[in-house]
Design a protein around this ligand. Structure first.
Ligand code: NAD
Length: 210
């Protein structure tokens, strides 16, 4: 998929919640699910759901909806969750340890193969069965890891210089959990994650509701 053909981010972000509902429908024994049922579960407009699902290439049948099995396959394929991807973690601290311990990532093809840290007390240990290496060994280790993604969970002050090292070592995709807007070459993809934006939503909605 070329960059200018990537669908809108909100549509992509909604697909995992659809998948959750569709999988539930499958385990309830349903063969078809309608866009309206999904929309009702998530308090969305049915037209929105149908538009979002259309990006996966699947079309619903009038009156019946979408065949559940095919829909799951289409969403997983669109998201790339049906193929394995090796990832490295940079920063084996609180957040990094939690991420490597989250088993659901494996179900989405994400496989942490190594962690890197600059704390000598952490290197040589394991977090959730993932070996922790010295960040100084990044380049030689990377050669054998076949990793396409780096997950960045270091202090913000370190983020840019570490990113420069990752790019130099050949990493093309960075999942950035720091609050730094990283500068990278055009051929490197960065996705920044911020839990505080979800918390901000919660606070504002809570403030309006009570
Ligand atoms: P932490 O201090 O527990 O972990 C940071 C780890 O990075 C440590 O193990 C440390 O040894 C390692 N490190 C420091 N400098 C390094 C370097 N130069 N090279 C390699 N490793 C290095 O911190 P934490 O609580 O896990 O937070 C990590 C980052 O994630 C911070 O930037 C924090 O702001 C961010 N964070 C983001 C979210 C979010 O929603 N995106 C949530 C929590 C934390």
């Amino acid at each position: 998929m070329t960059k200018n053909k990537i669908p809108a981010a909100p549509s992509i972000r909604r697909l995992p919640s659809y998948l959750h509902i569709i999988r539930q429908a499958q385990s309830d024994g349903l063969e078809y699910i309608s866009g309206t049922v999904i929309a009702n579960e998530l308090v969305l407009e049915p037209i929105q759901v149908r538009k979002d699902l259309a990006i996966t290439g699947i079309i619903g049948k009038p009156k019946r909806g979408y065949p559940v099995g095919e829909l799951i396959t289409a969403i997983e394929h669109f998201l790339g969750w049906d193929s394995a991807k090796n990832a490295i973690l940079i920063g084996a601290g609180n957040l990094g340890t939690a991420l490597t311990g989250y088993q659901e990532f494996k179900n989405h093809g994400l496989n942490f193969v190594a962690a890197f840290d600059n704390n000598p007390q952490k290197t040589g240990t394991q977090i959730h069965d993932v070996p922790v290496y010295s960040f100084a060994d990044l380049k030689p280790k990377l050669k054998n890891l076949n990793a396409s993604i780096a997950v960045l969970t270091v202090p913000s002050t370190e983020a840019q210089s570490i990113t420069d090292n990752l790019v130099e070592a050949g990493i093309k995709a960075i999942w950035n959990f720091t609050n730094v807007k990283l500068k990278v070459p055009e051929d490197v993809v960065v996705q920044r994650e911020d839990l505080t934006s979800g918390y901000a939503m919660l606070c504002v909605v809570m403030g309006k509701a009570y």
